[in-house]
Design a protein around this ligand. Structure first.
Ligand code: NI
Length: 216
C-alpha cells in the first residue's frame, strides 16, 4: 500500500530501465536464433588477415574420405610435402586454374616432385562425393587426391586452414560456393610452411617449393 502513493519513485524508473533492457535482450537473442542454423563465421577479410600475418596456427589433423572411398588422415602423408587446396568441382574458374598450375609445378619437378602430395579438399561435400571427385581430380594430375567428408568434417578442416567458404543460392535450387583459394604448403612432418595466393603460377610456386625439397 505504501508504494502506491509514490508513482514516480526511483523504483518505477528502475523498473522501466529493466523492461527496456529485457526488450533489447530479446531483440538480440531473437536475431541470434534466426541465424542459429548458420553460426557466425569469420569474414573472408578476417581470415585473410590471420593468414597474412601468421596470427594463428594453420593446418592440423583431419579425417576425410578420398576419391577412391578410403579414409585418409593428414598423418597418412607424413614424409611428404603436402600441397593443400580447398575448392569445389563445380567452381567455374579459380579452382581449375589453380589446380592446373599445381599440376604444372609437379610435372616440372619430374621425379623430384614425387615427394609432394597434392590434396584437393572439397568445400561442397553435398555434391562432391568420392565418386564425383574420382571423375574430376585425374583431369588435373594422376597423383592429385580428392578429399570429401561430412559437412562437419569439412568445416573442421576448413577452419583449421583458415579457409573462408559459404554456400550462395543462385536460384532454381542451384547454388555456388564462395571461397578463399590459397594453396598451402606443409613440410614432411605436417608443419605449415606458408601459402600461395590464388593465381600463383607454377614457376612462382617452384621457387618456394624447391627450397623445401630434400637435398641430394
Ligand atoms: Ni573455386
Amino acid at each position: 500500500m505504501r508504494a502506491r502513493s509514490r508513482p514516480s519513485s526511483p523504483v518505477t524508473l528502475w523498473h522501466l530501465a529493466l523492461v527496456l533492457a529485457f526488450a533489447l535482450l530479446f531483440a538480440v537473442v531473437g536475431s541470434g536464433l534466426v541465424r542459429a542454423q548458420e553460426p557466425a563465421r569469420r569474414s573472408a577479410a578476417e581470415l585473410m588477415d590471420v593468414l597474412m600475418w601468421n596470427r594463428e596456427p594453420v593446418g592440423g589433423p583431419f579425417s576425410l574420405t578420398d576419391h577412391s572411398g578410403t579414409t585418409r588422415s593428414e598423418a597418412d602423408f607424413r614424409g611428404k610435402l603436402m600441397l593443400v587446396y580447398f575448392g569445389f568441382t563445380y567452381c567455374p574458374d579459380i579452382c581449375p586454374t589453380d589446380l592446373v598450375e599445381i599440376s604444372r609445378a609437379l610435372d616440372q619437378l619430374g621425379p623430384a616432385g614425387e615427394i609432394i602430395q597434392p590434396l584437393f579438399i572439397t568445400l561442397d561435400p553435398e555434391r562432391d562425393t568420392p565418386e564425383h571427385l574420382a571423375g574430376y581430380v585425374p583431369l588435373f594430375h594422376p597423383r592429385l587426391i580428392g578429399l570429401t567428408g561430412s559437412a562437419d568434417a569439412i568445416r573442421q578442416a576448413a577452419d583449421a586452414y583458415k579457409v573462408f567458404y559459404r554456400k550462395v543460392e543462385t536460384g532454381g535450387g542451384d547454388y555456388t560456393v564462395d571461397h578463399s583459394a590459397y594453396i598451402y604448403l606443409l613440410d614432411a612432418e605436417g608443419r605449415y610452411l606458408g601459402f600461395f595466393p590464388p593465381n600463383t603460377s607454377a614457376e612462382r610456386m617452384l621457387t618456394i617449393i624447391r627450397s623445401h625439397l630434400p637435398r641430394g
